[in-house]
Write a protein that binds this ligand. Structure first.
Ligand code: WTA
Length: 651
């Protein structure tokens, strides 16, 4: 098999060949008839409502879509509940005692929750929240390690109609504080700590620092995960296990309007503070249900593993909601790929017999660097489908994944979407699409994407431009929390009537879409969106810094590395100590994921005559490109000088 796969790769490099689905895959796939694209195109509303019909509604909708650009209402006046659809719906079938979540902790501990277990724990915790005075509409912030209680907390919020805002456990106390403040959350759910590469992340300690400045918070519920000593403030902080000990497991699901808010999720924008992306109940449910089923070809007998953290949208849509709506078995993992050894992912696949793996290109590039010997140590023959998300995947990494992880037999679905889109928008359908390594291929049925030029005109096949979406879709964001103007401004004002994704794309002669990365000042570091602006403000926040300009430069593993040009205040010395201090300072302000890779001291930054920093030129400097147009530069000598500085830094 290995030699056959090798040949396929050579052929691929020479001919640019495509990878059609195998006959067996087609024969067993949920969907294998390309006619569904045309059917959805002719009547997108009928297409989406046929998906909605597969789910449970307390009251059926009167109208599928109410579209008053850019304000959408899907499944108007329908009443439903996400947690009910994820759990209760399966309890009257054989799935009652099927594994819903198979969890593995970093130290190697493991738990399996059946649908019935999960239902019981969710109901109990939902009653706990009610007991703390949480009412429908109250926001709850969740700041947790990847343990089952995280999914339980999300589902409990959904059950009683309290929107959750999950904050990634790798974020700092300041980032957490800002997000609690913006959401005006009433309750925080956290843990004493979580494990990461053998050490403990002090989540509660971080949360304590945040909670000093979050007047809206009334209570904090703390899961005991590591057992380490933590401060418990009297009257505010309560243990999860005390509260749930004798909570009732009877908690009817709240009848939610289709347009009631399900959750907020903060994401980086080009400017200003993080945006609280608002998702509502009915449309998001339909979008994640449909895409999970068709993109991953998810079947009852599959063990499915999405390696994302629930702090990101991928963990929301494709670890918790999408798989549970599809009565799947979803694997959840607390740790990292290299602890205790570099074969941790492959050991999990072997141990649980994982059939479908969904991970990020940055992880794949890391595995590539570590070498084939790690996956070769384990039996990966259970795998039948692979997926990627989060950033463009280079063809080389795609083929490596296909060959070394998929054994040359598993389709690889490269899925493009965003926090804002809620669900996968551009993707192969594994029983239909002839795959091309590096291309996310075509829009999901019912989704209309286009590549347009500056003026908003469709670019002919073969050309590149900006990726836009031309039809509303059920799982679309509805607004930015507390800032509807910014919603209109960011997504709907560049091209009237079209959703602006902020990504560049090209379409080849066959109409395949190739994503080209962000066109604005948002970095994509290891699949995580970070705004240059936030890193700049964190730097300028340090007393030694006068000015900072942050750009992304290409990086083999992470996709992009963070490169900061910093002007320091007079009298301060630009030492290597200061570099270390500034890198730590950003990590403290935002989180370790935002720690700059390079800090280059600059006496001056290149600016236009109107004072705008020309990041484009800094990018050229960092990438070692010939300098672009410098005619609008106020002082052209600055860039030459910076090049010198950068080369010195590299040496
Ligand atoms: C990028 C993650 C290329 C893109 C689900 C997008 C991708 C941003 C892909 C959203 C892909 C995501 N190919 N680029 N398959 N998937 N992106 O909100 O730039 O964390 O705009 O959502 O990631 O990141 P977010």
């Amino acid at each position: 098999m290995a030699s056959e796969a090798n040949m396929a790769i050579e052929a691929l490099l020479e001919e640019g060949r495509t990878f059609p689905p195998s006959k067996t895959f087609i024969a067993n796939a949920h969907v294998s008839d390309p006619a569904i694209y045309e059917r959805a195109r002719q009547n997108p509303e009928a297409f989406w409502s046929s998906w909605a019909e597969e789910l449970h509604w307390f009251r059926r909708w009167d109208k599928v879509l109410d579209w008053d650009v850019p304000w959408a209402k899907w499944f108007v006046d329908g009443k439903t509940n996400m947690a009910y659809n994820c759990l209760d719906r399966h309890l009257s079938t054989f799935r009652k005692n099927k594994a819903a979540i198979v969890w593995e902790g970093e130290p190697g501990d493991s738990r399996v929750l059946t649908y019935w277990d999960l239902y019981r724990e969710v109901c109990k915790f939902a009653n706990v929240l009610k007991g703390l005075g949480v009412e429908k509409g109250d926001r709850i912030t969740i700041y947790m390690p990847m343990i089952p209680e995280l999914a339980i907390a999300m589902l409990a919020c959904a059950r009683i109609g309290a929107p959750h805002s999950v904050v990634f456990g790798g974020f700092s106390s300041e980032a957490l504080r800002d997000r609690i403040q913006d959401a005006e959350a009433k309750v925080l759910i956290t843990a004493d700590g979580g494990y990461r590469r053998g050490s403990i992340v002090p989540l509660k300690q971080n949360a304590d620092a945040s909670m000093a400045e979050t007047p809206s918070l009334e209570k904090a519920v703390v899961v005991r995960r590591t057992g380490q000593e933590v401060l418990m403030q009297d009257g505010r902080d309560l243990w999860w296990h005390d509260l749930t000990a004798d909570a009732s497991q009877d908690c009817p699901a709240e009848e939610m309007d289709a347009e009631d808010v399900l959750f907020l999720l903060y994401t980086s924008g080009t400017t200003g503070k993080p945006k609280g992306i608002v998702h509502t109940t009915g449309g998001y449910m339909v979008g994640t249900y449909a895409t999970t089923k068709w993109v991953f070809d998810l079947k009852d007998e599959d063990t499915y593993w999405c390696s994302a953290d629930c702090g990101w949208v991928t963990g929301h849509s494709y670890l918790v909601y999408g798989p549970l709506l599809n009565d799947a078995t979803s694997v959840m993992f607390e740790g990292t790929p290299d602890y205790p050894e570099r074969d941790r992912f492959w050991s999990i696949i072997e141990k649980y017999g994982v059939n479908i793996l969904y991970t990020a290109p940055t992880a794949i590039r890391t595995f590539m660097r570590w070498g084939e010997e790690w996956p070769q140590r384990r039996d990966l023959s259970s795998l039948r489908l692979l997926g990627t998300v989060g950033e463009p995947i280079n063809p080389e990494a795609w083929v490596w994944y296909w060959q070394n992880i998929g054994g040359g037999r598993c389709p690889v679905v490269d899925t493009w979407w965003q926090t804002e889109t809620g669900a996968i928008m551009i993707t192969p359908l594994p029983g239909i699409t002839n795959l091309k390594p590096g291309s996310a291929t075509f829009p999901f049925p019912g989704v209309e994407a286009d590549v347009v030029d500056e003026a908003g005109n469709s670019v002919p096949l073969g050309g590149g431009g900006y990726l836009v979406l031309k039809l509303p879709w059920p799982s679309m964001l509805r607004t930015i929390y507390g800032d509807p103007d910014r919603y209109v401004q960011t997504y709907w004002s560049r091209y009237p009537g079209m959703y602006f994704t902020g990504d560049g794309a090209k379409r080849d002669e066959q109409g395949y879409l190739w994503l080209l990365g962000r066109v604005d000042d948002v970095l994509n570091v290891a699949g995580h969106r970070i705004s240059t602006m936030e890193v700049e403000s964190a730097l300028v926040d340090h007393h030694a810094v006068a000015e900072a300009a942050v750009i992304g430069r290409s990086h083999d593993v992470k996709g992009q590395a963070i490169c900061a040009f910093v002007t320091i205040k007079e009298g301060v010395e630009g030492s290597s100590d200061l570099i270390a201090t500034l890198r730590d300072h950003v990590a403290t302000k935002i989180g370790a994921i935002a720690r700059p890779d390079d800090i280059i001291f600059a006496a001056e930054l290149p600016k236009t005559r109107s004072g705008k920093i020309m990041r484009r030129l800094l990018r050229d400097v960092a990438e070692g490109h010939a300098l672009g147009d410098t005619t609008t530069l106020a002082d052209p000598s600055v860039v030459e000088y910076l090049k010198g500085q950068y080369e010195e830094h590299e040496a």
